[in-house]
Design a protein around this ligand. Structure first.
Ligand SMILES: C[S@@+](CC[C@H](N)C(=O)[O-])C[C@H]1O[C@@H](n2cnc3c(N)ncnc32)[C@H](O)[C@@H]1O
Length: 224
């Protein structure tokens, strides 16, 4: 198949990203820590995230964990999980939300559990998150769960691509809503990117889910 210039760049970018992820998985934790320290030395600490106005937080439910959120989200519907890994949370979505369809997007499904991949409601999209999200019809998804690359630029891009695809009244959820800039723990830009998205979109925060390592989930609701 011949590829146009744009497609060629996308395929090259995706192959490079796939290689980077595979290498990262192979590296021992001690080496990863040294690399993170090096990155922190050259990467300036980002400014504090913008404050989400109180009006957008009124009515937000504070939950014990993300499983409790799945119990409170509307049942059925069309759902997407961006970043599936071994498929444990996808299994929980299937069991608790009972969606009509669950789109799973990941750069690789090689580690994903077989029962999830075999579920007839599951549609697999192997590749990068943003092109998958852009391929979805506008206002077609009841809930999108974003849990792929946790860097600032990547989450910002996922949020921008995902927002128009959420149905009015639907939910856009981000895992690992955290700001981590401490040496040895890498750099998580989810908090920064999500706060900026909340402020610019004006979407209200519907759920905030606690987690043992303070890597919280935050669910924003698209206005009706
Ligand atoms: C934290 S894991 C997902 C965990 C899963 N949501 C859960 O809770 O069980 C992140 C996954 O995102 C995938 N990933 C990372 N960057 C990606 C990208 N840009 N596009 C698609 N998938 C990506 C990785 O391959 C990995 O499987």
């Amino acid at each position: 198949m011949r590829l146009c210039a744009g497609q060629g760049a996308l395929v090259a970018g995706e192959s490079f990203y796939r290689l980077k992820l595979a290498l990262r998985r192979l590296l021992p934790e001690s080496v990863k820590r040294v690399l993170r320290l090096g990155r922190l030395a050259v990467q300036p600490v980002p400014p504090p995230a913008p404050r989400i106005p109180q009006a957008q937080l009124e009515g937000c439910q504070l939950l014990t964990d993300r499983i409790e959120m799945l119990r409170r989200l509307p049942q059925g519907g069309i759902v997407a999980e961006i970043g599936t890994y071994q498929g444990d949370f996808a299994r929980a979505i299937l069991e608790i939300m009972a969606p009509e369809k669950l789109h799973l997007a990941d750069i690789t499904f090689s580690l994903c559990r077989a029962d999830v991949l075999a579920d007839p409601r599951v549609e697999r999209h192997e590749g990068l998150s943003v092109p998958f999200l852009q391929s979805c019809a506008d206002a077609s998804l009841d809930m999108i769960y974003v849990d792929a690359d946790h860097g600032y630029d990547a989450v910002r891009a996922d949020a921008a691509a995902a927002a128009p695809k959420v149905k009015p009244g639907g939910f856009l959820v981000f895992n690992d809503f955290a700001r981590i800039i401490r040496p040895g723990f890498g750099v998580l830009g989810v908090h920064q990117a999500v706060c900026e998205f909340a402020v610019t979109s004006g979407w209200s925060v519907a759920f905030f889910c606690l987690e043992g390592e303070a890597l919280y989930d935050i669910a924003l609701r698209r206005p009706e």
